[in-house]
Design a protein around this ligand. Structure first.
Ligand SMILES: [Zn+2]
Length: 435
């Protein structure tokens, strides 16, 4: 099969990237904070989706939104074609030859953001995907496999609390029933939010036929750390994603008057919470891992009232699952011990857990080789590529982040590094799809 490769007239390196970046940058940016608030199934999300569809249309790609709200822009194969005869659901990950076979080569990322997120986390991968396709075709390459650019729905989970909802639904890691029942802070369910945005929530569910048509997925992403800045490499290839999870700690105490209750008479859950935060930091330091309490809810949340309930969410990540489990157990023990001293009851609920993801070595090494032996590095952040890797050979490219800052308006990458990423992605697409 030989997809039509439309000529990219007047292409110059960087121009398509810069033009897309300029058009996408204002969408969903909060004028006050300068950060992005592109939450799933909101007006800002709709703007980003319309931008994606426009980019597909401008290139003559066929654009579709799948049953789970992920967007796909296809070159070379109708999106609803029959599954490739060689592939069944989930067989991709087990195939011996990386990027071999007849499956499509897909690249992309996500366009949604965390609250007041940066411009690069997600969008860099989508913009680079379109730009790499432009560069590939401008080289005169003739892909022998279908190519697609993807925009995965609700990767950050900022609104409904569950990261990578779009790819989790597609791979069956999230059931449609559980997804539809997710609620945002205002009590709106995901089903209602989708419906209001014009997407039918009844269609949610696993999509094995689609996964079977994909031979390889490559996600380019801004690095969320300073490894590349330290090593002096503009680009790197992901080796693994650390196992990570979220735990909710509920500290139940006794509400009382801040002005009349003696210190010795208090059951103050804020105190226990504070000790728990310190313990998490200490245990993480000892384990060479990460532990963060970044979100808190307090009842009754009055300035002159001892709290009755403090809720803190622990995000923890480590290089392996044993270290992660031991770390969280140690934090739970510390919370319980301090709770006993303070007369506060502690309950811990695990809200999510993602095991370690080792990217397929053959594909990873082939990509590193195509890029002249790019550096391999692990990451502590979850990504759609990590979810998809259970069903499809997947890989990630990282672009150097000079400050390491991410999930913040200060997140950045140098334009030269971004363009190096586009060229690298074009090299990868050429190596995998244009033998
Ligand atoms: Zn991301």
């Amino acid at each position: 099969m030989s997809p039509a490769a439309p000529a990219v007239r007047g292409w110059t390196r960087g121009a398509s990237f810069q033009e897309m970046w300029r058009d996408l940058t204002p969408l969903g940016r909060h004028p006050g904070s300068g950060g992005y608030r592109r939450y799933a199934w909101t007006a800002a999300d709709a703007d980003c989706r319309a931008w994606f569809a426009d980019q597909a249309r401008a290139r003559g790609l066929s654009c579709e939104t799948d049953r789970n709200g992920n967007q796909w822009a296809w070159l070379g194969e109708p999106a609803d074609a029959d599954p490739a005869p060689s592939g069944g659901p989930g067989t991709g990950g087990a195939s011996g030859s990386p990027g071999a076979g007849s499956g499509a080569v897909v690249t992309g990322s996500h366009l949604d953001s965390v609250p007041d997120g940066g411009a690069f986390d997600g969008p860099l991968g989508v913009v680079s995907a379109f730009a790499a396709l432009d560069e590939l075709l401008a080289r005169g390459a003739r892909p022998s496999r279908p190519l697609a650019v993807a925009n995965f729905a609700d990767e950050e989970g900022a609104r409904f609390g569950l990261a990578c909802a779009g790819s989790r639904l597609t791979t069956g890691r999230l059931t449609p029933e559980a997804a539809r029942a997710l609620r945002d802070a205002g009590g709106t369910t995901l089903a209602t939010a989708m419906e209001r945005a014009g997407h039918d929530p009844d269609g949610l569910g696993p999509d094995p036929g689609r996964l079977a048509r994909i031979g390889a997925f490559v996600e380019l992403h801004v690095e969320q750390g300073r490894t590349l800045a330290r090593t002096g490499d503009p680009l790197g290839v992901a080796s693994a994603i650390w196992p990570h999870g979220r735990w909710r700690f509920d500290f139940h105490g006794e509400a009382n008057h801040a002005g009349t209750t003696l210190l010795t008479d208090r059951h103050d859950p804020m105190l226990t919470y504070a000790h728990t935060v310190l313990a998490a930091r200490e245990e993480a330091h000892r384990a060479g891992a990460l532990a963060t309490f970044g979100k808190t809810a307090v009842e009754p949340n009055g300035v002159n009232a001892i709290a009755s309930l403090v809720r803190g969410w622990l995000d923890s990540r480590a290089a392996d699952e044993r270290t992660l489990d031991a770390l969280v157990t140690a934090v739970e023990r510390a919370a319980a011990a301090h709770g006993e001293r303070d007369g506060v009851t502690v309950r811990v609920t695990r809200e999510s857990y993602t095991p370690v993801v080792e990217f397929e070595h053959a594909l990873r090494d082939r990509i590193a080789g195509l890029l002249g032996g790019a550096r391999l590095l692990p990451t502590g952040a979850g990504h759609d590529a990590g979810i998809l890797s259970a069903a499809v050979p997947s890989a990630m490219l990282f672009v150097r982040n000079p400050t390491g800052v991410s999930h913040s308006p200060a997140e950045t990458a140098a334009e030269d590094d971004c363009l190096a990423g586009v060229t690298a992605l074009a090299d990868v697409l050429e190596g995998l799809a244009c033998p």
